[in-house]
Design a protein around this ligand. Structure first.
Ligand SMILES: Nc1ncnc2c1ncn2[C@@H]1O[C@H](COP(=O)(O)OP(=O)(O)OP(=O)(O)O)[C@@H](O)[C@H]1O
Ligand SMILES: [Mg+2]
Length: 519
């Protein structure tokens, strides 16, 4: 019989030996083999737990459709778990995802995290399974398949399978959208639409720095636009309720340099949407326009800049009969065009209207369409009626309120002794925010706020003087013209009078002659 001391001695030796073996294992066995062993241990542990536990497990694969397509659900779960796992999992993976603007942290393989939803505890495991395949020529290759396993007590099976999973997927997709790198798309010319090429749109990352804070315009107007946009973004259920497609049209109009393009960037940054810059002049015809629009995604802004210059949009839409009559002429023109090798755009106003309306009712949600123009009066009313262009925003010349935003942006000042004078001058002069901004911008390190503000006052005064001289000249010209007109009228009157007198004289002479003859 062994005494207690002997047992302790034996246990102590065993523990020491085990520790020694463990140290050797950790130090000399390569990490990938350790991972392999761990994965086996993990899997068998799970199996054993499965036999005795009352847990239910759901598996989410990384690839679906026989491993060909990456599963959107898997990515959503990874996004959802990223916040949770970043805080709790012991080993993390930092992925540089192609469409993400920052690193995505997720659980490394064979890790687990806990989540609590409505008081119910669930566990997520990240697994990887390696499969070895032998090809016909005898070469073997291995393939790693990742998947998440969600386990919970059978008692909560119903709730976890429906409500919880839905919650995870929804949240995960939201996180994905928030983290995605936003894009600026431009349409490729239709000659470049090849199946093996990138497609109808090319894109670059969208990094425009404009925001509503830096946008110079009246505060009230700016706030109203922001509210309108927020209402739109949160209006999914509302639009569904009233039976309207979830889209909104904006028309931005105003003179050059008043911030129309800047406003588009500010809207995109505010809503965190992508931007599709649609160049209509390179779109061959109406059907291609439709195809292009059908390939745009939700959470995006479709922009047509300078709509009045892009197409002949001033003509009224044609009736069916007129269109039929035109068919012959059209064919003739097409032939001629082909002969001449012309590549002009044939997008028409009715084509554009149909694409906008047809598109919205047919495909993806949450889109804003923005048209810009310098000449709102030139546009066909059909194009800009409410329902198509719901919100008409006038971008105007720079007045004092807008100037204050620019002064803060460019010079970091809220007040200055010359502000009073600038206010008066800006009321009297029409200067675009682009010109004011350029004048306010320091041109060297030596230029401080005083110099820039004084320069603005000087230029505004010069402009005012120029405008005064111009007005005087115009008035002078007008007076001269009026004078000329008056003189012409007087001359004509005199001429007519002379002619009349001449006629009278002649008549009188004739009468006297007749009288003499009669006598
Ligand atoms: N309202 C504004 N707020 C801030 N900056 C502005 C504003 N308007 C113009 N700017 C500045 O002037 C530059 C030109 O403005 P922008 O391109 O937005 O004008 P636009 O109205 O689109 O002109 P166009 O009709 O010629 O296209 C911008 O890069 C910006 O720096
Ligand atoms: Mg512009």
């Amino acid at each position: 019989m062994l005494g207690a001391g002997a047992i302790w001695g034996l246990t102590g030796t065993t523990v020491t030996s085990l520790m020694f073996i463990w140290a050797l294992y950790s130090q000399y066995v390569p990490l990938n083999i350790q991972d392999y062993v761990k994965s086996y241990a993990h899997r068998y542990a799970h199996k054993m737990i499965g036999w005795i536990s009352s847990d239910v497990a759901i598996k989410f694969n990384e690839y679906t459709e026989e491993g060909l397509k990456r599963s959107e659900n898997y990515d959503a779960i990874r996004n959802y778990l990223s916040t949770n796992s970043a805080a709790r999992a012991k080993r993390l993976k930092a992925d540089e995802s192609k469409n993400s603007r920052s690193l995505v942290y997720s659980m490394d393989d064979h890790q687990e995290v806990e989540d609590v939803f409505r008081g119910v505890k669930v566990k997520w495991y990240s697994n990887v399974k390696e499969t070895r395949t032998q090809s016909n020529d005898g070469r073997s290759s291995s393939d790693e398949r990742r998947f998440y396993t969600l386990t919970s007590h059978t008692r909560h099976r119903e709730m976890v399978q429906t409500t919880y999973v839905e919650h995870v997927l929804r949240e995960g997709r939201e996180i994905g959208l928030r983290n995605r790198e936003r894009k600026l798309y431009t349409n490729n010319s239709s000659q470049e639409w090849m199946p093996w090429r990138s497609g109808k749109w090319s894109n670059v990352p969208f990094h425009h720095p404009a925001t509503f804070e830096t946008l110079a315009m009246e505060l009230e107007k700016k706030e109203a636009i922001q509210k309108d946009l927020t209402k739109f973004r949160n209006g999914k259920d509302y639009y569904k309720k009233v039976g309207k497609p979830w889209k909104r049209g904006y028309l931005l109009f105003g003179p050059p340099g008043t911030g129309k393009s800047t406003m588009i960037s500010a809207i995109a940054n505010f809503l965190e949407y992508d931007v599709y810059d649609l160049e209509l002049t390179t779109v061959k015809d109406n059907s291609e326009l439709k195809k292009l629009l059908l390939e745009t995604q939700g959470k995006s802004i479709i922009v047509v800049e300078d709509i009045d210059c892009s197409l002949d949009l001033t003509g009224q839409r044609k009736t069916k009969k007129e269109e039929d009559d035109d068919e012959e002429k059209k064919k003739e023109a097409e032939k001629k065009e082909r002969r001449e090798g012309e590549k002009q755009s044939k997008v028409t106003l009715s084509g554009l209207l149909n694409s906008i309306d047809g598109l919205w009712s047919a495909c993806s949600d949450e889109k804003i369409i923005i048209f810009t123009t310098n000449y709102v009066d030139k546009l066909d009313p059909a194009l800009i009626r409410r329902g198509r262009m719901d919100n008409h925003i006038e971008m105007s010349y720079c007045r004092f309120e807008a100037f204050k935003v620019l002064a803060k942006n460019y010079l970091d000042i809220d007040s200055h002794s010359l502000f009073g004078e600038i206010k008066r001058l800006l009321e009297e002069n029409d200067m675009s925010p682009a010109d004011v901004a350029e004048t306010l911008m320091p041109k060297s390190d030596e230029e401080d706020a005083d110099i820039c503000v004084e320069r603005l006052v000087r230029i505004l005064e010069e402009d005012k003087e120029k405008a005064r001289k111009l007005a005087l000249e115009e008035e002078k010209k007008k007076a001269e013209k009026e004078e000329k007109m008056k003189k012409k009228e007087a001359d004509e009157e005199e001429k007519m009078k002379a002619e009349k007198e001449e006629k009278m004289k002649k008549k009188k002479a004739d009468e006297e002659e007749n009288k003499a003859e009669e006598e």
